[in-house]
Design a protein around this ligand. Sequence first.
Ligand SMILES: *Cc1c(COP(=O)(O)O)cnc(C)c1O
Length: 402
Amino acid sequence: MKIPFSPPFVNEEIIAEVVDTLKSGWITTGPKVKALEQEVVELTGCPEALGVNSWTSGAILVMKWFGVGPGDEVIIPAYTYSATALSVLHCGAIPVMVDVLDDFTIDPIKLKLAITRNTKVVMPVDFAGLMCHYEEINAIVQDADIIKLFCPNSEAQTKLGRILVLSDAAHSIGASLNGIQSGKATDVTIFSFHAVKNVTTAEGGIICINLPDPFDNSDEYKLMRLWSLNGQTKDAFTKSQAGGWRYDILFAGLKVNMPDLCAALGLGQIRLYASLMADRARVAKSYEDFFSLKAWAKCPVLKDERRISCNHLYALRIHGIGELQRDEMIEFITGKGIAVNVHFIPMPMLTVFKNLGYKMTDYPIAYANYAVEISLPIYPQLSDDQVKYICDVVDLAYQSLT
Ligand SMILES: *Cc1c(COP(=O)(O)O)cnc(C)c1O
């Protein structure tokens, strides 16, 4: 049996939505992006959502909008995909990495200890679709002593008057915390619509704007939209209408807008997302039923008193082994036709961050999580038979360890 890791979900309905765009005479940013933004607003309850061409460009956009630049610090977990840190470097700022908890999300206590006068943003990561401990994190940035440390140096920073909480929610569309959907739990939340994510536009992302008073979220949407379109007062769609030729460039914006052709794919998917998510939950539950009976297996948190995961990844950990045995298991599983992965190689192990001076020994929990982690395939198309096969093969892989 050959089982890929994470093929995109595409059915006739989704194909029809894309073909409709191709036949419409308009393929870049226009009505399909608007419709997708509206779907995200309805799903999450956030006031405004802006489509962009990736999570990464969305994060750069939001940090530039907030005035993050050289000398500023942005706190992130050491355990994430490198885009989290790279987006900070691209703004000229310093990613300050902190360790994670056993549940893979950023440790709020260590996050608080890492705050300095230069901290402008904290960027927690909703690993595998499980939201971070945002009650604690939101309380930290609103703490009077932490607010006293904050040194605003842009209009938006002055207006907010504290550190911005920007969620890396690349994994967490559809997840919830105390009944609040990902997208509405922090100031700004960014979803990734990359090909392997729960909802995809091939490449893309959405910025959920949920700023507190005195911000007007619809004004900030308009401003961020300008940031996504070269700072140009009219988008191509408006300019294409008769008489719409004149425009101005207000500032040096980015060019990171989402095309309608991509939005159509996401639109087709997000309309089916409730059922796609239920299928992901079915797969996760089958894994849990199987692996919770194995003393050597440690199942990920799918749900606790406060949080419900959207099951983006199934991050199984193996008790009592080391990195080399984990790698041996992966080789065995791969040999049986099943594609698995490791999420993530902690950033301090990667060349670019090593060269910047980050050290893996500073993040013991991140290393411990990584060394014994195997991400199993999880997606709506997986049949019960395939899931059973994966379980049996992983079990055999463990038994075969020497
Ligand atoms: C996928 C991913 C990203 C990057 O998303 P893009 O849309 O590819 O830019 C960022 N952070 C995490 C945690 C991711 O998994």
